[in-house]
Design a protein around this ligand. Structure first.
Ligand code: KE4
Length: 433
């Protein structure tokens, strides 16, 4: 694939105008390209595995709106169902049968979920699940892991991943110390550190929340025994285990990472895929715990647009598509071919690289590795990644604009897409070596 000087003049003009309208010119920080070379690309439309920018340039997209587009962008069957449902209104603010349908699909699919509550984002789901952990156990402290990101609620902005890591914001201003005083942190895969926290805080920790596969510090997998160890430790200490599956849910398998690893938490948060591209989040788990949620119980949580028919319909159709035989075999094969090609291409020019994939989620670090936690992830060559990102963009491949994010494939990514992507990596690695 030959490079051409990408004409992105309209992107530059629109992004330039955005600067005076929205902080950083974006609606979410990581989109601002602040840790990679060049300015952001302004999208015009997306379809399948592709995105087109406002200058007409086409890209193979490995972000997929940060996870929701697992069946491919603007899937015709999702579009059709939305066109039908929208005729009946966009939001009711009242119960609708579509909520029952999606709730039953989630309950039938995700091993830990006996009851579920829909919200409008992953952040909301994580905020609510933390309140529920505390309400159920009567304890205030929570353990999270360095580099894991659970949305932007105050109590989680402690050594968080994603944009916080990208922008080097170890803690955000505006978050009172009192709010994070009950948030304890440990290194990912650091079972001994978690044991020590429980010993130092007897009967005070409500639970442990984590990404069962990390996608917000780059791609980091749990080491054998880590998830199982957390399951045992939380049980021994009367605490809850929470899997934040906002990113991994219905991506790692139809039952999420918990079904893939065979470790069942007490509560699970979800988002992204279950909304099929519309704003949705959810939290669910053991019925005895979920019964505490208002109005069944005393723990308050609410939302104007929660369970709206459009989001429910898009989620239902997306899960129906994923449930079809062979979906996850295809996702795994596509992604394995991609990450193998990427690593081989780097090694051909002697660039240090470590990385991997699980189902439709992948990632790599430009360092020797292994990368088992956020501290080791920081060894990645972020400056070189910034140049790689630009070189790939020039060759029509759109990667997450941060060394501390994961990549996502979809059912729409073809063998031709993967071959073209690996070829672009081969040329780009040679350019940045
Ligand atoms: P949202 O509030 O962005 O819907 O979800 C927050 C969230 C919670 N938990 C996990 C594991 C997540 O990955 C996320 C959000 N993921 C980021 C991508 N790293 C969203 C992209 C962005 O912030 O613009």
């Amino acid at each position: 694939m030959t490079t051409s000087t990408l004409n992105t003049s309209r992107s530059q003009a629109i992004f330039g105008a955005a600067q005076g309208l929205m902080p950083g010119g974006v609606s979410s920080p990581v989109r601002a390209f602040q840790s990679v070379s060049g300015h952001p690309i302004v999208f015009d439309r997306v379809k399948g595995s592709y995105a087109w920018d406002v200058d007409g340039n086409k890209y193979i997209d490995y972000i997929g709106s940060w996870g929701p587009a697992i069946c491919g962008h603007a899937h015709p069957e999702v579009i059709n169902v939305l066109q039908e449902v929208i005729e009946k209104g966009t939001s009711f603010g009242a119960p609708c049968a579509l909520e029952n349908t999606l709730a039953k699909m989630v309950i039938d699919a995700v091993p830990s979920v006996e009851m579920v509550r829909f919200v409008n984002s992953g952040t909301e789901a994580c905020m609510a699940v933390l309140r529920l952990m505390r309400a159920y156990t009567g304890r205030d402290k929570v353990i999270k892991f360095e580099g894991c990101y659970h949305g932007h609620a105050d109590m989680f902005l402690v050594k968080a991943g994603s944009g916080v890591a990208t922008l080097g914001l170890p803690d955000s201003p505006g978050v009172p110390r009192s709010t994070t005083a009950n948030t304890l942190t440990a290194p990912y895969n650091g079972l001994e550190a978690v044991k020590a926290l429980f010993a130092e805080n007897p009967d005070a920790i409500s639970g442990v929340i984590l990404e069962p596969i990390v996608g917000n510090a780059g791609f980091i997998q749990p080491e054998p025994g880590f998830l199982e160890g957390l399951r045992e430790l939380t049980k021994e200490n009367g605490a809850l285990l929470i899997f934040d599956e906002v990113m991994t849910g219905f991506r790692i398998s139809y039952g999420g990472a918990q079904a893939h690893f065979g470790v069942i938490p007490d509560l699970t948060t979800m988002g992204k895929v279950i909304g099929g591209g519309l704003p949705v989040g959810a939290y669910g788990g053991r019925a005895d715990i979920m019964q505490m949620v208002s109005p069944a119980g005393p723990m308050y949580q609410a939302g104007t647009l929660s369970g709206n028919p459009l989001a429910m319909a898009a989620g239902i159709k997306t899960l129906e598509l994923l449930k079809q035989t062979g979906s996850y075999d295809k996702l795994a094969a596509t992604t394995e071919k991609l990450i193998t090609g990427i690593k081989d291409a780097a090694k051909e020019v002697g660039l240090p690289i470590t990385g991997g994939s699980v189902s439709a989620m992948f990632g790599f670090f430009l360092c020797e590795g292994p990368v088992r936690n956020f501290e080791e992830a920081k060894a990645t060559d972020s400056e070189r990644f910034g140049r790689l990102h630009r070189a790939m963009l020039e060759r029509g491949v759109y990667l997450a604009p941060s060394a501390f994010e994961a990549g996502f494939t979809s059912l729409a990514h073809s063998d031709t897409d993967i071959d073209a992507t690996v070829s672009a990596f081969r040329e780009s690695f040679a350019e940045i070596v």
